[in-house]
Design a protein around this ligand. Structure first.
Ligand SMILES: *[C@@H]1O[C@H](CO)[C@@H](O)[C@H](O)[C@H]1NC(C)=O
Ligand SMILES: *[C@@H]1O[C@H](CO)[C@@H](O)[C@H](O)[C@H]1NC(C)=O
Ligand SMILES: *[C@@H]1O[C@H](CO)[C@@H](O)[C@H](O)[C@H]1NC(C)=O
Ligand SMILES: *[C@@H]1O[C@H](CO)[C@@H](O)[C@H](O)[C@H]1NC(C)=O
Ligand SMILES: *[C@@H]1O[C@H](CO)[C@@H](O)[C@H](O)[C@H]1NC(C)=O
Length: 461
């Protein structure tokens, strides 16, 4: 009956905007760096080591007072591809980036030796105080003659900023089309830690064991792009992307000690999951095809790039690139249904291409948006804000959404489970809902949401 067709849009559009409770913490028209002196900056501009318009922030991470920002070397003129800004310095909302761990780590040797860090897209600070940098290894891959170095996993000690390890991914685990851009860390045990690096170019996951200092490559058809989900439309720009496995979110340990990895290809409308038991050993993975499971689908136009699982609340946050939105799903829900998807933020100006999502160790949600398709296919307007970092406490961000973890939302969920009774009890629910102090949602908008939940539930069945 085609009821599913525009479901995710319907859902998000009618979720009241009063739920969009993120603050813009930083914003930039163009990125600039904290060079050692004004002369050094001018020199970098003169010799084209710094071409401001070629610098776009792709990944964020937060650890203590540092907000990390990656700037991949997609084009030339990127002086440092991993940087940070000091969260304690609130003298400006457009701070200059400081290279991490140093300028030296980003410098090409006089002998032409590549820098220690070449071109990371996303990084992850684990709970053991290590920063994991997934280095894609490519320089200028949007230009005519790219340079390719082997991708690697680089790990720093966040207390001392010392390099702990640089592990080059073995050649037999890297394919011609490979692109390593997303990484999640299973850090239940700080010694027996596993890193999962997604290969967006050639569908696969490279698993690295910190303990054994070795890696292996896992394949599965669920990692592949869906040929019917490759068309994107962002701010009127149409383009085709065939990106494979992209968004990954990892749970805390289950009762058997393994975590669950939630994942989706970017060119896809589906969400999948697998226990890390099946990723930690190639033979076990190959013999247990069915251990990889489809959770459900979000419907057309719902392609998602990054995702992040907040282990405390069990909420999986994910981007919706065509909708300029970030949404969520509570992993404690048994079903991945439309009515269980919550809207975190949607905005056609400020949330154009949400490119990274993280939750820090103080339970704050962080989102970076960067207008990537516009930067890639046309030009950014340097007179307007192009890059934004949003933030809010997780509990505020999910409050009054389907991902709310307070008892209030349990009421909603309970009634939703009885589908056809929802309409009858709507007024009842509305009268029971007490908007929390941080928001001023009108009860009509919540009533509207409940009605739509019910409607969507019916058409999706
Ligand atoms: C910076 O932030 C701190 C804490 O958030 C606040 O106390 C202080 O007033 C702020 N300073 C400025 C200049 O805004
Ligand atoms: C890890 O293995 C690589 C070779 O794959 C080796 O070069 C490196 O020294 C090893 N690191 C440690 C800490 O054992
Ligand atoms: C872009 O795609 C949309 C549908 O996805 C279509 O309606 C529109 O005509 C396309 N625009 C161009 C310029 O091709
Ligand atoms: C992987 O699993 C197989 C089959 O259970 C087992 O024989 C093998 O020793 C395991 N390999 C590693 C490296 O643990
Ligand atoms: C709706 O509620 C009314 C009274 O509150 C009751 O009479 C009616 O049977 C209910 N309808 C359904 C479908 O539960």
């Amino acid at each position: 009956m085609g009821g599913r067709r525009a479901l995710i849009i319907l859902y998000l559009a009618y979720s009241a905007t009063c739920m969009d409770q993120l603050n813009i913490r930083f914003e930039w028209r163009q990125l600039d760096y904290q060079f050692t002196s004004p002369e050094a900056r001018q020199q970098a501009i003169d010799n084209k080591n710094f071409i401001p318009k070629n610098n776009i922030p792709m990944g964020i991470e937060i650890f203590e007072e540092k907000l990390f920002l990656t700037v991949p070397r997609w084009r030339s003129g990127v002086p440092a591809s991993l940087n940070y800004v000091n969260l304690k310095d609130n003298s400006t909302t457009s701070p200059k980036l400081m290279p991490y761990p140093s300028w030296a780590a980003h410098a090409t040797g006089l002998d032409g030796k590549p820098p220690e860090i070449i071109s990371p897209f996303r990084v992850r600070a684990d709970r053991c105080g290590r920063l994991w940098v997934l280095d894609n290894g490519k320089i200028g891959n949007l230009e005519t003659s790219p340079t390719k170095y082997p991708p690697s996993i680089i790990v720093y000690d966040l207390k001392t900023d010392n390099l702990l390890r640089k592990y080059v991914i073995p050649a037999d685990q890297v394919k011609e089309e490979s692109g390593f851009v997303n990484i999640v860390i299973e850090d239940t045990d700080c010694q027996k830690t596993y890193a999962y690096a997604g290969d967006v170019g050639k569908a696969g996951i490279v698993v690295y064991s910190w303990d054994r200092n070795e890696s292996w490559r896992i394949s599965h058809h669920f990692f592949y792009p869906d040929p019917f989900a490759c068309d994107f439309n962002v701010k009127g720009l149409n383009f085709s992307w065939t990106d494979a496995i992209f968004g990954m979110g990892i749970s805390g340990p289950n009762s058997d000690g393994y975590s669950t990895l939630y994942f989706h290809p970017m060119a896809s409308y589906n969400e999948f999951k697998v226990s890390t038991e099946y990723l930690r050993n190639v033979t076990v993975a190959e013999n247990n095809f069915e251990a990889f499971q489809q959770l459900g689908t979000r419907g057309p136009n719902s392609q998602s790039s990054v995702s992040f699982l907040d282990q405390k609340t069990g909420v999986l946050f994910y981007s919706l690139v065509n909708l300029n939105a970030v949404a969520c799903w509570k992993t404690s829900n048994r079903e991945y249904l439309m009515k269980n998807q919550g809207r975190i933020y949607m905005n056609d100006e400020t949330m154009v291409y949400p490119t990274d999502i993280k939750v820090d160790y103080n339970d704050n949600l962080w989102i970076l948006s960067n207008k990537l398709p516009i930067w890639m296919y046309t030009d950014l307007n340097e007179n307007e804000v192009n890059f934004r970092v949003f933030s809010a406490p997780v509990l505020e961000a999910i409050s009054h959404t389907a991902c709310d973890v307070t008892p209030r939302s349990d009421i909603l969920d309970k009634f939703n489970r009885f589908g056809n009774k929802v309409k009858n009890v709507t007024n009842n629910i509305v009268s029971k809902l007490k908007p929390n102090s941080a928001v001023t949602c009108s009860s009509t908008s919540i009533g509207m949401l409940v009605l739509l939940s019910w409607f969507a539930f019916l058409v999706s069945n």
